[in-house]
Design a protein around this ligand. Sequence first.
Ligand code: ZN
Ligand code: ZN
Length: 383
Amino acid sequence: MSEHGDGPRGERGTGHPGPDRVARLASDLQQRDVDALLVTAPVNVRYLTGFTGSHGLALIAREGAEGSPGQNRFFTDFRYATQSAEQLPEMYAREIVAGDMLEAVAATLRERGGRLGYDEAHLTVKAHRRLTALLGEGWELVGATGAVERLRAVKDPAEIASIRAAAQLADQALRETLELGIVGRTERDVAIELELRMRRLGADAPSFSSIVAAGSGGALPHAEPRAEAIPRDVLVTIDWGAEHEGYCSDCTRTFATGEQISAEAREVYELVLSAQERGLAAVRAGPTGREVDAVAREVIVSAGHGEHFGHGLGHGVGMEIHEGPRMSQTAGEEPLRAGHVVTVEPGVYIPGRLGVRIEDLVVVGDDSHEVLTSLPKALTDVS
Ligand code: ZN
Ligand code: ZN
C-alpha cells in the first residue's frame, strides 16, 4: 500500500491526485494571499482531481482563509456525471452544472468576499470579464499563474513510473522501426511507422508529432517529415516520444545511413555527443537550469559552433511535453530539484548541410540523476 492507498486512480496514470497535492498548494496560496484558486486548464484540473474529461473546473479552498469557500469543489456538466463520480477523490464536492459553469462557481462564492486566484495564462479575457461581473464587489480576481505548474514539475514515484514506462515503449518502437531499415523510405513513412508501433505497444498517443529529418533537413530543429526518400550516407535525426498513462516521454537520436558520411558530419556528431555527456553529468539537485545549460553550451561554443546551437539545453517533461523547469540561457533561473524530469538535448544545426541533436530524458536526484532513455549514443549506422 502506498501512503495514499492503491486503486484504479493510480492505474489511470494521474499518480495520486487528492489531499497531498492540494496540501502542497497551500503555502503557495498563502504567499499569494488568495482565499481560493480557480483551476481552469484541463491538465491542471486533471493533476489535482484525477478527472480526465475535457470540461471541468476545480475551485481549491485555502484552509483557514477568511473568504475561503471551506471545501474544495469540482464543476462539470451532465456528460461527465458518471466519469467524474468514478474519478474524483472524496475531498471534492462535485457539482453537475446545467448552465454556465462560471455562474455556478460565482454562486458558491457570492456570500463571501476575498481574493480569488486564477490562471492568467489560460482564462480568456471574456471569461475574466464575466467572472468579475458575476462575483461583484466582494471579490478581487488575482493572477496566480504557475501555482499548479510548479507542483507538477516535481514528480512523485508513481508519476516517474509512468514516464519511465512511456520512455521504454518509445525506445522499443524505435528499435522495431529501425530493424525494418530506413534508407529508401520517406521521412513521413518512417514517422508514421514509429507512431503506429508506439500505439501498438500501449501508448495513448505520440506525445508530439515525430520528427524524422535526413541530411540537410536535419538542420531544421523542428523539421516536418517530408515525403522524400531517405538517402544513403547522411545523418538522420529522429525526435519522438510516447504518451502513456497521461505522461509524456521525449528522446532524440541522430543516426548515420551508411559508412560514407562526411568528415564534417562525424565531427559535429562527436561534438554534440560530448556536449550532451557534459551537460548530463551536471544534472543533479542544486544548480540552476541556466548553469547546466552553460556547461553543455561551453563545449559547443569552444568548438566554434555557438551560433549553431540556438535553443535551450532542455525542458521539463510530464503531463505536458514542454513544462517546467527550463534549462536555457534565458529561462533557467530556477534550481533543479529532486523529482524534476528534464531533457538534455544539445544540437548543432548547419544551415543547408546537416544537423545533429542528441536527447536523453532524465530524472533529477539529490546527488545525481537517472537516465530513462535506454538507447545507445555512439553514432550508429542504421542503413
Ligand atoms: Zn525531443
Ligand atoms: Zn525535448
